[in-house]
Structures are given as C-alpha cells and as structure tokens.
Design a protein around this ligand. Sequence first.
Ligand code: ADP
Length: 633
Amino acid sequence: MGRRTSTFLLLGVIVLAVALLAVVGLWSRTAAEQQLAARGEGILKLYVGNLAGRLSRFETLPQLLAQMPEVRGVLADQDDPDALTAANEHLAYEAEFTGALDIYVMNADGLTVAASNWQTEYSFVGRNFAFRPYFQEAMAGRIGRYFALGTTSLQRGYYFAGPVMLRGGIAGAVVVKMDPAEIETLWEDVEDRIVVTDPDGVIFISSDPDWLYDALRPLGRAEREQIATSRRYPGVRVTELPITERPSDHGTATVMALPDRGERYLHQSTHMPAAGWTVHILTDLRPVDAQVVKAVSLVALLLALAFAVAAAMRVRLQSLRAGMEAERRTAAALAAKEEAVRRANDQLEQRVRQRTAELEDAHAQLTAEMVERERVQADLRQAQDNLVHASRLAAIGQLAAGVTHELNQPLTAMRAYADNARILLARDRLTEVEQNLGRIGDLIDRVADISGRLKRFASRTRAERTPVRLDDVLRTSVELVEVGSRLPDLAIVNGAAGTDLCVLGERVRLEQVFINLLRNAVEALEDSPLKRVTIGLHVEADTVRVTVADTGPGLTEEGLAHLAEPFFSSKRPGEGIGLGLSISNGIVNDFGGTLTAENRPEGGALFTVRLKRADAAASPSPPPAATVTAAHV
Ligand code: ADP
C-alpha cells in the first residue's frame, strides 16, 4: 500500500471517527435531555398540583371570614372598640389556625380596621392599602389575588381578598396573606431550580433566594414602568437575568443558558391561570454534558481500542508480510547462491576437462618427444660407438707415435741388462749373466705383449678383466722404473709390497698404468732436493685404492684441468708427448676403475687409482718375479 493511500485511509478513519463521536454526542445528549424533559414534566406537574392545593387552601378563606360576625361587626361599627378587639383577636386566631401570614379587614376606603398582627410593631391597623389591586378586585365584588412585597412588613406575600357584604353593599374586604417561604422550604432539597413568576415574568418564589425579584425574560420599558407604578415590589430593583434561550427538541421545553455563570438549564413551565402565575422548572444540563462526555469518551475509548487493535493487527500483518518477504528473499538468495555454486562447478568441470585435454595433449607430446629422444639417443649411441671406434683408430696413430715411448722402457732395460751381461761375462760371472739374459728374455716378452696389445686395441673388443695380484703389478712396475731411472738418490717406497690383494684387470696393462705414474713422478723429481716416490694401498669395501705420491713440484693448474686429455704435456719435445695419463685413464676406466690426480698439501702430486677388488682365490698364481734393483744396474 502506498504512503499516500494509507494517509488518506487514516484521514478517512479519523473523519469517520469524529463523525461517529459527534453522532454519539448528539444522540446521547438528545436521549439524556429527553429523559430530563420527561422527568421535569412529571415534577412540574407534581409541584403545580401541590401549589394549586396550597392556594386553594387559602382561596376560600376570605369568603368564609367575610361571614364571620367579628369581621362584619368591625365594619358595621368602625368606632366600637369592643368590636375591634373582637375582630383583631378573631383574625389572630384564624391566622394561627390556618397558617396564614396575616389576615386583616379593610374598610371601603382601603383603610385597615382590624388585623391579626394588631399587636406587632408592623401592625397593619390604620394603614391604607387601597392601591393594591386585590383590594380593588374585592371592592368590585370579585376575589382578588395578588402577589407583592409588603409595604409595612417588607415580607413577601400572596394576598387573597374577598368582599364583605353589608346591607346590600360592599362594606370592605377581608384579606388573607400567605407566606410563599413556606413553599420554598419544601423545595430546599430539590436538585432542580423551581421558580414561580408573576405575569411580568418576575420571580417571586424561588428555590434559590438569589434569584428572587429577577426577571426571567427581558422586560420592555413599559413593563418596567408598570412594575414600578404597581408598587408590587417596593424598594426592590428588578433586574433581568442574563439569559439566552432557544427552543429544544423536547416539546415545550427550551434550553436556557446563563453564559456569564456557565449555567445551562432545560426550561419547562406551566401557567396557572387561576393564580396568574407561571411555575418553572430549570433542570441543570451540566450532568447531561458530563453524561455526553462520558458516552463520547467511552465510544472514543472503544474506537481507540478498535483502532489500536486494527493498528496492532496491521503491524502484525506487516511483520508477517515482511517475514514472508524476507523468507522469500532468503530463498531467492539461496537459489541464487546454489545457481552460482552450480555455475562455478560447471566452470570447474569445464576447466578440469580443458586441463585434462591439455594434459593429455602434453602427455602425447611428451610421449612423442620421448620416442624421439630414444631414437636420438640410439642414434647418438651409434654415433658414439662409431666415434669411439674412430677415436681408437686415431689413437692407433697416437699410439704408433707412443710405441717408441712404450717400448723405450723395456729397450732401455734390455740395454742395461745386455751391457751388464757383457761385463759379467768378462768377469766370468756366468750365473749372473744367465740371470740377466733371462731378464732380457722377459723384457722381450713384454715388448711382444705391447705389440700384441696394440693389435687388440685396434679391434673393438672390450678389455678382458681377470683377477690380477696387485703385488706383482706394483713390484714389476717399480722395478722397471727404477732400472730406467738415472737419478742416483731416488727412493721408491712401495707401501703395498707383499699384499695379497687382487684387483680386476689385465696384468700388463695395469703395469703400463703404474709404470706411467711412477715414471712421471720420477721425472718430476729431477730438480727436487728430496727424491721420493711413495706407493700407498687402501681397501674400501670392494674397491682398492692405490696412491702414488711424490715430493716433486706438483701439478700446475693447467695440468690439473687437462691431465687426462691426450697430448697434454709440459715436457720438452722429445721427452714427452702427453699420451701417458690419457692412455692410463682409458685402461683404468676399461677395468671399471678411476684415475684421479691432485696436489698434496705438503707439496708434490698425488695420483689415485681405484680398481675393483677381486677374490684373491680366483687369481692365478703368479710367476716367480725377478728382483731387479738399481743396484743391478
Ligand atoms: P708425458 O709424460 O709424455 O708428458 P703424460 O700424459 O704422462 O705425458 O703427462 C702429462 C703431463 O702431466 C706431463 O707433461 C707433466 O707435465 C704432468 N705430470 C704428470 N705426472 C706428474 C707428476 N708426478 N708431477 C708433476 N707433473 C706431472
């Protein structure tokens, strides 16, 4: 619902409520006033009846008294003191008896000749009331009724007058004065205002003494003058009550208000023609106001309650609606979230699919690459094999150059043995000659072996590996190097002498390796003050480590970097061609070992040969090696 609509609705409800309250107010007022009017009418009737009864009590009294001899007597002889006394006493008695205020007898001139109050200070006797209308009425032979304030007694009274007939004429009048206060005392406890007005509308009997001699309606000038000349209210200033009056909905009743005093009355009246007065009852309307206020308040309260209930219901409805809306929104949000999750899942699945496809592609590519690589590797291996073969052929060339180098050792040794044999022969030391010849024979075998090896090397067969006694290899190598050396103070310390260890390899080729290492070491010692070569032996699990250390200058940096490369040599041309270490490295590698070089911290080079250890039992028993020492040279 729009804000405007609800505002209009609210306005409509308020207008309706106000209208309803107005109707309720009007209705309750009418009802209450009606009730009051009915009640007022009843009371008024009651009071009128009561008043009429009271008046009738005195109405006939003058005529009765006019027959009394005392009354007649005093009028017949107005100078007879006895008659006067009798009349006075009788009137006093009658007044006492009837409850009248005063009873008196007037002569034809209006002079009071006898009165019930003859003994009081305000005695009427001797006073003339000829101006009173009741006297004039009586003198005209009728019953006079009149209300007035007594000129002598200054007491209110209702006068009844009747003629006294004497000798066929009207000799005077008997007057009975009634006290209206008597009536008022009866009204003292009455809630409503009850007033009686004279023909001029002036109040002369009132349940509230304050209202006495006030006019109940506006007076005209003529009326005022007439009131003044009538001397009805001597010494009293008649004022008009500040009244506004309007007709009501209830018969003859009117609503009379005294705005100055804040008083409102329901005004009902009945005229009493015989008495010439009007009886009014004024019912206070303020209780009606209170009643109306009460009724309106009650309805307003009920309306407010209904409104509150409606508002509460509306609020509840709104909150219910809001709750439903919130639930709907939550459900929508949930659905949106589910949708988002579903979409994310879809995306994820798609990505997984994509990724899988990519991976499969990559895998296929990789497989292809692997196949290609294997093919390339196979090609490479083929190329390598070809290269190895080619390099072996090249090495033959190198070796051809190195044959001199290789053969130099045995040749030098043979030369030495031959020279020695000749000298020994000259000295006739035949046994030693034979020994030397034996050695020469061995060396010839060796040369033959070297040439055979060259043959094998050219072929592509792999080196044979058999267990070789390390002690044999090292001893022969040391011997040959020592024999070939020209250094007088050279010391080769074979720390492995006498070992039982066997390694996998080939004896002559292993000797070739160690001869190479030892000879290099010896050559490096040429300028060194201490000329010592030390062979060390260490066993590590299935590996045998043989070290060759010297006290020479050690390896240069360049030497360390290029040692195993063929044709690297620091020696003068003719002294070395740089193949020794390269060949040795190849041999050791062929036997599954390694050859490494380093410089010792204390100076000198250290070469390490690592070979596979072989079971000693499997080694063939070595031929008894000849001991060749430098001393033989
Ligand atoms: P060559 O002995 O014919 O020069 P090698 O291959 O046997 O060829 O040696 C290469 C080089 O390594 C030598 O020229 C030398 O400079 C160096 N070298 C080898 N052994 C030693 C050593 N024990 N002390 C110092 N230098 C060495």
